[in-house]
Design a binder for this molecule. Structure first.
Ligand code: ATR
Length: 278
């Protein structure tokens, strides 16, 4: 039986076992996928002993993604671009690392808003943490002419911008509405919408009508940001799709089947997020 897991600290909130468990059942695979609570000071030991612990690989979530990247023997370009890894697997006796957050976000954006166009205006990103790095990388790869970063702590946005070069520009947090009006896409990567942790204070009046507004927060599924954007007639993309698509490459590496993100799987996750049984 092939075994995989997700490590984090804390880990109770992780919905990855629900996703991989669904696919294992759907494809009739003799495998398992469990949560492992791993403290920051135990991550290195844990990852170096994956094989001995009987795992073929694992997902890595907050706050271990940078450490996992540093520990891996081989790093895919996706991980190098973000300097963080969320998907690890053993191959030829070596620990390989990838970052599938970029793939997850961009694939979901393409599915949920197929009409979005990289050249309809700048791409605007709220936040400058690890998730922002993955998304900025994806938007640049998709060919946007300019990415504008807005972060409460401007210095952090400047550090991020420097690593990506001249197509990434830093703006003041207070300019986030005004300087995003021409955007082709606006993405919230901050934790501000999480479980109603406060509004981002965006004003969508006067926005490019073609702008797609995406949130990576999925609890709640309907963040204040998305409700406000739709109120101004803008298309929106919720954060659940990114979670589902980022899981695809890992499952394929560990269990040998490229799984499908289906409406049924999405419904199971929505029911879980909303605290219902499905
Ligand atoms: P992740 O790796 O998930 O992106 P992170 O590295 O902790 O998480 O980054 C969190 C981001 O959310 C940061 O950009 C943070 O802004 P600061 O750099 O100023 O801390 C942003 N953030 C968190 N809470 C916020 C809030 N209430 N309003 C605006 N930005 C917020």
């Amino acid at each position: 039986m092939k075994r995989a897991c997700v490590i984090g600290w804390p880990i109770e909130h992780s919905r990855s076992p629900l996703i991989h468990g669904y696919w294992l059942m759907k494809y009739g695979i003799d495998g398992s996928y469990i949560k492992e609570a791993v403290r920051p000071d135990e991550v290195a030991d844990f990852l170096r002993s994956l094989d001995r612990r009987g795992f073929v690989g694992c997902n890595v979530t907050v706050p271990h993604k940078e450490l996992a990247y540093a520990i891996a023997d081989e790093r895919e370009a996706s991980a190098r671009a973000v300097q963080a890894a969320n998907t690890l697997w053993l191959e030829g006796g070596k620990l390989h690392a990838a970052n599938t957050d970029t793939y997850g976000f961009m694939t979901n954006l393409d599915h949920a808003a197929p009409a979005w166009k990289a050249h309809d205006g700048p791409a605007c990103v709220l936040g400058a943490g690890g998730a922002a790095r993955a998304i900025v990388h994806g938007l640049l790869e998709a060919g946007v002419d300019e990415v504008r970063i807005f972060n409460r702590t401007r210095q952090r946005a400047e550090v991020l911008a420097q690593t990506f070069g001249p197509r990434v520009k830093v703006f003041d947090w207070d300019a986030r509405s005004e300087a995003s009006r021409e955007a082709c896409v606006l993405v919230n990567t901050t934790a501000a919408g999480l479980k109603g942790a406060g509004s981002l204070g965006m004003v969508f009046a006067g926005f490019n009508p073609a702008c797609v507004v995406a949130d990576i927060v999925y609890v709640p599924l309907e963040t204040e940001l998305l409700v406000e954007a739709r109120g101004e007639g803008l298309r929106t993309v919720d954060g659940l799709g990114m979670l589902l698509y980022q899981a695809v490459p890992g499952f394929e590496k560990w269990f040998g089947v490229r799984p499908q993100v289906t409406d049924e799987l999405r419904a199971i996750l929505i029911a879980d997020v909303e605290g219902k049984k499905c």
